[in-house]
Design a protein around this ligand. Structure first.
Ligand code: AMP
Length: 401
């Protein structure tokens, strides 16, 4: 469970932290900003316990950020699955809670944990407004031809089986920032956004509107990832189940946790380890590296076709932001599509930056993602709007940059 305490108006990060391995004997809690970060071994049976620890660390101890919980004006929660119900962030009420619960079938681990976080906040801060920010809502603009699967239509009607996408908050953030970096209005741009980390997804964003994305009903679809296989021939699933005698949960586990970079290399899901092994001549590590870059390349081609062109390709997350070698492999050979990487700019480190050659028709941009900022901003805007509706009086209009 990750969290940040943010002063949105001042653009100030006051505290951040993470509770890891919640529910296991090795649970620990990291809290504080870089200079005063502390790591605490702490028992956390569930997310309710974790939230109680977080609230305690915010208000007491060496890295406390505030004197009392009264100083917290609102809480924003990241929710993985918003299904067809939510095409934007919303103020949380009983109906929203009930829908998040109903949708847990599509994201069992994530939505249930998020509900525990919401309930824990309700318990400790009953009067503080809360906002739900959905990972799927950015993709509710996809047209039916992109979100439907060519399965019997009744399955869509009966179970709402369709593409929902994921990482939407990240794609929304990097597309907005890309427009700023390019100094062009977002609604005049065709963008391909690539979130390449341990989880990987890509989106086609046409004039500010998401028209396709690589993750599907679940975050297993699409690109090859750290431990997830991404799209494979669906006939492979019953084949492995028959031949290996696997149950549905075992085959699910195999595709989610034992595949991708880890499955092919047999070394790690971490691209750095795979890269090191490939540079020492390990053939399976080389193959994993090749497959990962090829998977991204193929989606670039698809999305250029879907949008009838592209103005910029935007990269983010651990691999997209940091791995110069992977970026080189992805863009090698795309010159006929007007996409040319500048080798020197690709080597340089930095924050938001362009790494395409001056002669490239298509810009290539790196934007470090900031999902927490988007959650804080949506929360600020929605709660502020609600206060306006409720007739709250402000001394002066708060400014949100
Ligand atoms: P994320 O899920 O965004 O945290 O990204 C994790 C992935 O980014 C892992 O596969 C890491 O190996 C990879 N990564 C992080 N830093 C680097 C780096 N400097 N060079 C190559 N890969 C990196």
């Amino acid at each position: 469970m990750k969290y940040q305490l943010v002063n949105v108006e001042q653009h100030e990060l006051l505290a951040k932290g993470i509770c890891e391995r919640v529910g296991s004997a090795e649970a620990f809690h990291k809290h504080g900003l870089d200079k005063n970060e502390e790591v605490i071994d702490a028992k956390m049976a569930d997310h309710d316990d974790a939230m109680a620890l977080v609230l305690e660390s915010l208000t007491s101890g060496p890295a406390k950020a505030i004197d009392s919980l009264d100083e917290i004006d609102a809480v924003g929660h990241r929710i993985v699955q918003g299904g067809k119900y939510f095409d934007r962030s919303v103020l949380i009420d009983d109906d929203v809670i009930q829908k998040i619960d109903e949708l847990a079938e599509l994201a069992p681990l994530h939505n249930k944990a998020a509900l525990m976080g919401i309930n824990a906040c309700l318990k400790h801060m009953p009067d503080v407004p809360m906002v739900a920010v959905f990972d799927t809502s950015f993709f509710q603009t996809l047209p039916p031809k992109a979100y439907m699967y060519p399965l019997p239509y009744e399955l869509y009607e009966k179970y709402a089986i369709r593409k929902y996408g994921a990482h939407g908050t990240s794609h929304r953030y990097i597309s907005e920032r890309a427009a700023v970096v390019l100094d062009e209005p977002l609604d005049e741009l065709k963008l391909i956004t690539c979130h390449l980390g341990n989880g990987c997804s890509m989106s086609a964003i046409d004039h500010g509107v998401a028209v396709d994305t690589s993750m599907g009903l679940t975050p297993l679809d699409g690109l090859m990832m750290g431990t997830r296989c991404g799209a494979v021939d669906p006939a492979i699933v019953p084949f492995i189940m028959d031949h290996e005698g696997l149950s549905t949960s075992e085959v699910n586990d195999l595709m989610n946790k034992k595949s991708g970079l880890l499955g092919i290399s047999g070394i790690s899901n971490d691209l750095r380890s795979v890269r090191d092994a490939s540079e020492k001549g390990d053939e399976r590590a080389m193959l994993a590296y090749d497959m990962y870059s090829n998977s991204v390349k193929k989606y670039i081609g698809q999305y250029i076709a879907v949008m009838g062109g592209v103005d910029a390709i935007v990269l983010t997350a651990g691999v997209g932001e940091n791995c110069e070698k992977m970026r080189r492999m992805i863009f090698t050979g795309l010159q006929p599509l007007g996409i040319i990487l500048d080798e020197e700019k690709n080597r340089q480190r930095g924050f938001e930056r362009e790494i395409s050659a001056d002669s490239s028709q298509v810009k290539i941009i790196i934007i470090p993602t900031n999902e927490e900022y988007m959650i804080a901003r949506d929360t600020y805007e929605i709660v502020h709007e609600q206060m306006r509706v409720d007739g709250a009086v402000f001394d002066e209009e708060p400014a949100l940059a």
